[in-house]
Design a binder for this molecule. Sequence first.
Ligand code: ADP
Ligand code: ADP
Ligand code: MG
Length: 677
Amino acid sequence: MPSKKIHKILVANRGEIAVRIIGTLKKLSINSVAIYADNDADSLHCRIADEARPLGCGSLKDTYLNIQKIIDLALDAGADAIHPGYGFLSENADFAEACKANNLIFIGPDADSMRLMGDKIRARQFAIENDIPVVWGLVGSLEDIEAQAAALPYPVLIKASAGGGGKGMHIVDDASQLHLSLEQAAREAERYFGNGQIFVEQYIRNPRHIEVQILADHHGNVIHLYERECSVQRRYQKVIEESPSPTLTEEKRKAICETAVNLCKKMNYNNAGTVEFIVDENQNFYFLEMNTRIQVEHPVTEQRTGIDIVEEQIRIARGKVMGYTQDSVMANGHAIECRIYAEDPENNFMPAPGDITLYHEPKMRGVRIDSSIDRPTTISDSYDPMISKLICHGKDRESAIEITRNALKDYIVQTKKTNIPYLQSIIDNDDFIENKIDTSYCEKHQDELIDSMVKMRDEIKKEDVVALFLFYDFNKKYLENKTIDNIWEDIGYWRYNMNIDVEIGRDAACHVRTDAANVVFHVQIDRIRRKSLSCTINGQTYEVMLSQNGGDINKVIINGMTESIFVSETNDNNYCVHLKGLDFICRRNDELNDTKDYSHTENKNSDLEYHSPMPGKVIKVNVKEGDEVKVDDVLCVVEAMKMENNIKAMTSGKVAKVFVKENDKVDVKTILIELAL
Ligand code: ADP
Ligand code: ADP
Ligand code: MG
């Protein structure tokens, strides 16, 4: 096959993966074309690309999933090729074919491999035919499966043949639940994946998820870049991935990698791909599925091998022999990736899109960050809420964990919620450190991990937060190099008010829900100068002094300890204050500030009024006016971002009013239900 030249590539994706691909294009002097939906117009991927082309507005179908529009944009831009990234059209065989039909190189495997592996039932069948181990399974119509109800090896897992992203799977513990679960799974499969075909697999208890990165070219060369272990998952979706697997013996490592290579050879696979396995407690491994695209967690492999997988993908797509042989692949040290999400770990990991008011990445050796953003921005509710990935590489697992711990502490993303404190508590958790993990690790450790978040928060002295906040508040114009218009602004209105109440919100951005109400600190200001503050809180003196001013980072010394100032104003006029790895919501309660709107903060009514967590659709209403409810009763269910969110009662009481009915579209401002005590 003659190798083709590629001068320009359209990246048919958004977010961190588009940014990451464009990075390689720059390295290779290939021109990049970004595409964007209206709400993404000033996203990082558009800003760094050589050119950016609009998809207009509308749903995903009208934008990032619109094959014709994307092909037209590529042709119009004079691109030679399209890189699909992951998600969106990356596993869409029709898209790969449409590229080919328009003389555009699709950077990925051919449509046949995608069709074969994109259908879990066909992929399973292909694996069986080629003597690749799979778990016990049953394929057939709903009636066929039900006819076997008594004979199934419970627990079983119902899966959608076209499924992905951990969505739409149901565990069934015994025959009595089978009927309902089958119907629900088929319904969800139809709704989410446009294909109601489902099948049943034996559910392996306490398994690990281990996968093998493959590269294959058009010249019959197939190599692996070793394995990744992704057992830390929430809702069947990976949160932390590492390489090598800390679990496999050398012998099993060799076997699993060879099995993956064999599978790819058997189907004449080409380009990058990942063969996923489930591994039981005795290290028996079973083929799960193959992802025929670049994966979210590919960077851990890149950091260990030094191979740029996107570069190899392009090389392979051009028809060249890939740049490595199996023997030339060296893997060094240990790499760990954490997925950073705008989500609420305490509330079923519900996405928490919204404004980011401060963004600061850790800078240290061994750290790579693949981010969708580089400055404060809004995380849209229209897409996956992943903000970035933190990848840490060290000489061994222990050192990779240590680097991750430090990097998470220095990674500041001030917004409503992120999972950073949750990741910190995993990294500090003994079972994680000792690799006592399986895919239900997050579920089993939920309480422990939340407790450790609460403990982290409790250990930080709130008076330090208050002192740091006040120092910032008095000096912010100076710190931000803003012009100071008048003397009152400079020295501050505090003069009239030597005593200030500062309130730290109970639902601070440190994400830990405690039962305590907001805590108010009475602060007596003893002395204030432009670069220093002395105050007394609870009988103790706090001296804050500016120690370093400039660039991105301002530092202060609080009672002898140096801390960086990371404070931002939230869009409801409170402040988010970072200290020692956590964020706290603060506000001044003194009279002169009472023009500010604190209405968002928790008030007594918040347990009585229920809003939708995100824009979505009501799919179920369980209560009617006058019903008595208890704490944790599910009042209604809102579907948003392909997830069913249970709206639960936070107090017991009576249903005063129901504002919505099934199928209503709702957004965050819509009141769903009101309770009365
Ligand atoms: P893996 O790559 O390891 O299989 P996932 O299955 O979690 O990991 O990744 C694919 C999922 O990522 C998709 O199913 C989708 O939910 C999500 N996704 C798709 N496109 C994007 C994007 N541009 N940015 C972030 N997430 C995306
Ligand atoms: P997806 O396409 O959504 O990524 P997978 O088949 O790769 O679906 O499965 C995702 C996750 O679900 C796995 O990583 C594992 O945690 C769990 N899982 C899948 N199949 C089984 C099984 N047979 N037994 C136990 N857990 C499973
Ligand atoms: Mg998978």
